[in-house]
Write a protein that binds this ligand. Structure first.
Ligand SMILES: Nc1ncnc2c1ncn2[C@@H]1O[C@H](COP(=O)(O)OP(=O)(O)OP(=O)(O)O)[C@@H](O)[C@H]1O
Length: 232
């Protein structure tokens, strides 16, 4: 079973009298445990691809298969539960709730899914430990560094045990050392959780930590190639 399969996906926006093609017949297959870098110039369609894969934006045409389910055939309600159960989304800015502790940020997501508070608290503690924040469980966002907040963000995205992790510029707000450790953490998460991860990045130096790299240009995606140093 593939975690994500985009088949001939085209996304167009109205643009004056015509249309702007943000995604042009994009095909992409990502298997469980694969870590894919998505690179390309500004405005080439990377965020559009993530939004379509996250089922937040419906493509103009084509299929979006997540864990074997065709998301383009689902109702809004079915899509919301597919997203909640199968997709973890990590944006550049963590968007943590200012009044909640690190642990509560995680617990609340599981509680909203109908899990018991006790089970959610156990899972939250495990995940905070995994991301290296066992000592920070009781801290609120303003007591954490930028890198620590991004780690909470990653842990929160893992609460549902997603099949697909979509990560948009996770290192954009971080210095080099913190960026490196965040990408290494995502590598570890992909391996240990067998989750398919797509990371949009401008930092091509971190691409070799991933398995494959795909390049976007004017809405067209090149087939992914092995992400070896110097290969892209
Ligand atoms: N909601 C929208 N309405 C109209 N056009 C849009 C919309 N969202 C994106 N676009 C256009 O689609 C194209 C692709 O944008 P997108 O944000 O996906 O690129 P990107 O590669 O992620 O760029 P960046 O690296 O700057 O974030 C751009 O020309 C953008 O202006």
């Amino acid at each position: 079973m593939t975690a994500l399969n985009l088949i001939n996906v085209t996304l167009q926006y109205p643009d004056g009298d015509g249309v702007m093609t943000a995604l042009d017949a994009v095909n992409l297959t990502v298997h469980p445990g694969q870590f894919v870098s998505l690179v390309g110039p500004s405005g080439s369609g990377k965020s559009s691809l993530l939004a379509v894969a996250a089922t937040l934006v419906k493509p103009t045409s084509g299929l979006v298969m997540i864990d074997g389910v065709d998301a383009t055939a689902l109702s809004e309600k079915e899509l919301a539960s597919l997203r909640r159960d199968k997709v973890g989304i990590i944006f550049q800015q963590p968007n943590l709730l200012a009044s909640l502790t690190a642990s509560e940020q995680l617990i609340i997501t599981d509680h909203l899914r109908g899990k018991s508070l006790k089970a959610a608290a156990v899972r939250a503690a495990e995940l905070l430990d995994l991301v290296g924040l066992a000592d920070c469980a009781g801290k609120r966002p303003h007591q954490l560094s930028g890198g620590q907040r991004q780690r909470v963000n990653i842990a929160r995205a893992l609460m549902a045990d997603p099949k697909l992790l979509l990560v948009d510029e996770p290192t954009a707000a971080l210095d080099h050392a913190r960026s490196d450790s965040i990408v290494r953490l995502l590598r570890k998460v992909s391996d240990e959780f067998n989750v398919a991860t797509i990371m949009v990045t401008h930092d091509t130096e971190f691409v070799p930590l991933t398995d494959l790299v795909a390049t976007m240009r004017d809405g067209v995606l090149t087939a992914p190639v092995p992400a070896l140093a110097g290969s892209f």
